[in-house]
Design a binder for this molecule. Structure first.
Ligand code: FES
Ligand code: FES
Length: 157
């Protein structure tokens, strides 16, 4: 079957099998920033924005996403400039092996889009579905706080 998705702003058509997950289709089509960890909804490595909300793409059948808008980590930078979340993760040393990072940043983007000034507990909740084996989460927390501040400043000029 054919499905049509808008991925990172570009409309595209994909041939998919009925059992294909969105994760499988995205990786097959070159969006390798979308990581496969557990494949079962437990780690958050495969998170993408689907119509503006973070989902684990390993749990979404590609056929069900037909007609949707998808944002992957590849779509975050603009004109070669990193998104404030990407910059903050680098600045705070929140990227070690990096495997969890795309999913963590996508979950954080969802959080900050809907909740621009979260407290620490709200940030922890926002990334509760994203496992990181390397960092202990403190650096991610700091990075998300720093990015939130930058994004608020940008919004208010
Ligand atoms: S690969 Fe999807 S949640 Fe782990
Ligand atoms: S940086 Fe390695 S799993 Fe998070």
């Amino acid at each position: 079957m054919k499905i049509s998705l808008t991925v990172n702003g570009a409309q595209r058509a994909f041939d998919v099998h009925p059992g294909d997950t969105l994760l499988e289709v995205l990786r097959r089509e070159g969006y390798k920033g979308v990581k496969k960890g557990c494949g079962a909804g437990d780690c958050g490595a495969c998170a993408v924005l689907l119509d503006g909300r973070a989902v684990n793409s390993c749990l979404v059948l590609a056929g069900k996403a037909d007609g949707s808008e998808v944002l992957t980590i590849e779509g975050l930078s603009k004109d070669g400039a990193l998104h404030p979340l990407q910059e903050a993760f680098l600045d705070e040393g929140a990227v070690q092996c990096g495997y969890c990072t795309p999913g963590m940043i996508i979950a954080s983007l969802d959080l900050l889009t809907h909740h621009p000034d979260p407290n620490e507990e709200e940030i922890r909740e926002g990334i509760a579905g994203n496992l990181c084996r390397c960092t202990g989460y403190t650096k991610e927390l700091r990075a998300i706080q720093a990015a939130a501040e930058k994004m608020r400043e940008a919004r208010h000029g």
